[in-house]
Design a protein around this ligand. Structure first.
Ligand SMILES: Cc1ncc(C[n+]2csc(CCOP(=O)(O)OP(=O)(O)O)c2C)c(N)n1
Length: 327
């Protein structure tokens, strides 16, 4: 069968393989961190997004450097896809001087404006009004950049969420509100914290569209994102995309997740985003066994290299604790 050059999603074969690479890299990064936590080697708290990779890949793929992302604690992949190299990211997890925040922060609260990454704080939902502010800036400066703001279904119950969506709706701001609905806010299941089934329904109250999609299908996420991106860049305002998914591990690596059943976990593992996308590629004969092995090799060597670099990197110098201060 001749190779397909373009799919109906307007992605070339090379782009589809890149998407495959990102899914695999982000999964492998989190899996390696999980092992390192068990070995007592990581200094930071680790909140893996294993099982949720299709959301980050489908929403970050194709963003420009100037577009901003506001990632969550579980969104290490967004840092990688926005251009933070694996060595810096791994250094960040080890609290090393070569990390993004030079060892001054517990891993996932860092950001880097040059790459369009706003560093989230621990306060859930608090990144959303900031995203609204970024969106307002782009609008006032007549730029076509967008803001991609991530939040959990749990965070959608906070006041900040509602204020941010209201403001974005009133001012038609170029923001993509991406809900990573992984069914649990720490140990609280969705039905114990929300009286509706779909977070997407909340957008209507603020005057813009909300869609609820399969967050484990990277092409479904990509497709929903492309429509919303075009509207945002064209001045038509925000969209809420609710991606239904599941986190395989506990809230963090120290949470054994006793509040859920083995059956539920097994059911969601059968919807693993990576085999779903692999099956798609193989079904269209777009991915040979050799190419698959090549991706696996690249992923492993990237992570091995990053780990070696981070473990050998210098600890922060205590004298630097008072440098880089804003005021
Ligand atoms: C404002 C606020 N309230 C409570 C917490 C404690 N807390 C940390 S994570 C979490 C659950 C988050 O659930 P969700 O927003 O669905 O995101 P997920 O971790 O599932 O991706 C809670 C309650 C917090 N960090 N911030």
């Amino acid at each position: 069968m001749p190779p397909i050059k373009r799919t109906k999603f307007k992605l070339t074969l090379e782009q589809l393989l890149e998407i495959f690479y990102w899914l695999k890299l982000i999964r492998a990064f989190d899996e390696r961190l999980s092992i390192l936590v068990r070995q007592g080697k990581v200094r930071s708290g680790v909140y893996t997004g294993i099982g949720q990779e299709a959301i980050i890949v489908g929403t970050c793929y194709g963003l420009t450097k100037e577009d901003f992302v506001c990632p969550l604690h579980r969104d290490l992949g967004a840092f990688l896809m926005k251009g933070v190299d694996a060595r810096t990211m791994m250094s960040q997890m080890f609290g090393k001087a070569t990390g993004l925040s030079k060892g001054r922060d517990s891993a996932l609260h860092s950001g880097i404006t040059e790459l369009g990454i706003f560093g989230n704080t621990s306060m859930l939902g608090a990144n959303l009004p900031v995203a609204a502010g970024l969106g307002l800036t782009f609008k006032m400066e007549k730029k076509t950049h967008v803001v991609v703001a991530y939040f959990g279904e749990g965070a959608s119950n906070t006041g900040d969420f509602h204020e941010a969506l209201n403001f974005a709706g009133v001012h038609r701001l170029p923001i993509l509100f991406i809900c990573e609905n992984n069914q649990y806010a720490y140990s609280v299941p969705l039905e114990r914290s929300m009286a509706i089934e779909d977070v997407a329904d909340r957008a209507e109250g603020y005057g813009f569209d909300g869609v609820s999609i399969n967050g484990n299908d990277v092409l479904a996420v990509y497709q929903a994102m492309q429509g919303a991106l075009a509207r945002a860049r064209g001045g038509e305002g925000p969209t809420l995309i609710e991606c239904k998914t599941y986190r395989w591990h506990g809230h963090s690596e120290h949470d054994k997740a006793f509040y859920r059943t083995d059956e539920e976990l097994a059911m969601w593992k059968s919807r693993d985003p990576i085999p779903i996308f692999t099956t798609y590629l193989k079904g269209l004969q777009l991915l040979s066994d050799d190419q698959q092995q090549d991706v696996d090799r690249r992923v492993t060597s990237t992570i091995d290299d990053a780990l070696e670099f981070a473990m050998g990197a210098a600890d922060p110098d205590p004298r630097d604790a008072v440098t880089d201060l804003y005021a």
